[in-house]
Design a protein around this ligand. Structure first.
Ligand code: KIV
Ligand code: ZN
Length: 409
């Protein structure tokens, strides 16, 4: 399917192997990154960010390994606005069939003053110089205004215009420290996109001796990259889409710096489950979500919590009697998506203290026991007694209960 940048398809830019890998305890070897990259390509992500080549030999090796094998997916690497970084990144990208160079520079006053010690003018000059340099190597250049959500909006628009004029094809506005709120980020995207379009229309963007034509603003993809410090990364990414973002940067299981990044499985499923509301969709092959999540958990040795949306062990498990009863009548009563659609085999009826007779009876039937009313009443009493001693009653426990009741009868 051919889609134009105006179509409502959301590009999924997966940064599990770069921002995700930056989370404490999640580093991966090049062969591990290759295994993960294969899974991400099968999952249907549009862009895989493989690493930060200037930061390590291991990331350079990973990029080469992945580039040689994955010839269909766009492969990106991160680079600071430094000529040496850009050269190293461009070299690493030689292995890629569809290379993207991803440049970043902080734009917020806090970062300009304390981290970069650069003025606004110096930031603009650096953006222009380095995006132009990157375009000398590849056609697909993304520019990220680090800490965009804490940047003065007039300056952010200026930075984006300069990056576009220098040849950037994707403009990413990261919520680097997970500080924004949905309402705020929606408005920010709307205004920055309008500001860049206005600049393109009036030719403002082409300043600074740019060798590029004034770009057609419709061809620029705006991207959201949200961190989860306040638990809002997915909500903020959705709001950014409402504001006009057409690319979302995310990671499997939401791994990433500090509290992590927007979780790929959650944003993809929101867009799918609520597609009557969001007309945007992704190319994610959702039945592969759980296996990809489990692969990452094994590779980095970081299990997700049981109640994690979509991929946690409890995401489709029901224990309370009222819920189990509802589910037995119609699964839509307590499930908003089918477990099979994200790669689970089925929902789970967990038998425990909160379970009712209907669920116990159904489980016994599945195990081959069809009981008369009186027998069921008796076994259910024993089941309740067992629940006082243990949290979960397994199939094996039910078999033992049934043996016990057979010897009593
Ligand atoms: O969070 C951030 O700002 C980043 C950029 C480097 C894209 O990860
Ligand atoms: Zn980040």
């Amino acid at each position: 399917m051919v889609t134009t940048p105006n179509s409502p398809r959301i590009r999924i830019f997966d940064t599990t192997l770069r921002d995700g890998e930056q989370s404490p305890g999640c580093s991966m070897t090049p062969p591990q990154k290759l295994v993960m990259a294969r899974a991400l390509a099968e999952l249907g992500v549009d862009i895989i960010e493989t690493g930060f080549p200037a930061s390590s030999q291991s990331d350079r090796e990973a990029m080469t390994l992945i580039g040689r094998e994955l010839r269909q997916t766009t492969l990106a690497v991160l680079s600071r606005c430094l000529a040496t970084d850009i050269e190293t990144s461009a070299k690493a990208l030689e292995a890629a069939a569809h290379p993207r160079l991803h440049l970043f520079l902080s734009t917020s006053p806090l970062h300009r003053e304390h981290k970069l010690r650069m003025s606004r003018e110096q930031v603009l000059e650096s953006v222009h110089k380095h995006v132009s340099l990157a375009r000398g190597y590849v056609d697909d250049v993304e520019f990220s205004a680090e800490d965009a959500t804490r940047t003065e909006e007039d300056f952010l628009i200026e930075v984006a215009r300069v990056a576009v004029a220098a040849g950037a094809t994707t403009i990413n506005l990261p919520d680097t420290v997970g500080f924004t709120t949905p309402e705020e980020i929606r408005g920010m995207f709307q205004r920055v996109i309008a500001g860049v379009a206005q600049g393109c229309a009036s030719g403002v963007a082409a300043g600074r001796g740019s060798s590029h034509q004034v770009p057609d603003s419709d061809r620029i993809i705006f991207s959201a990259h949200c961190h989860n410090d306040l638990g809002l990364a997915v909500a903020n990414s959705l709001a950014a889409i409402e504001g006009g973002a057409r690319q979302v940067e995310c990671t499997i299981n939401g791994i990433g710096e500090r509290a992590g990044n927007c979780s790929l499985e959650e944003i993809a499923m929101v867009l799918k489950v609520r597609n009557a509301f969001y007309e945007e969709d992704t190319r994610i092959n959702t039945p592969r979500i759980v296996s990809t999540s489990q692969l990452l958990q094994r590779l980095v040795g970081m299990p997700v919590q049981r109640n994690k949306a979509i991929v946690g062990a409890n995401a489709f498990a029901h224990e309370s009697g009222i819920h189990q009863h509802g589910m037995l009548r119609h699964r839509g009563t307590y499930e908003i998506m089918r477990p099979e659609d994200v790669g689970w085999e089925s929902s789970q009826m967990v038998l425990g203290r909160h379970s009712g007779r209907a669920a116990v009876e159904q489980r016994l039937r599945a195990l081959g026991f069809c009981l008369y009313e009186e027998e069921l009443k008796h076994v259910f009493e024993q089941f309740k007694a067992l629940c006082e001693q243990q949290r979960v009653v397994t199939d094996a426990d039910l078999q033992v209960l049934m043996q016990g009741s057979a010897t009593q009868n």
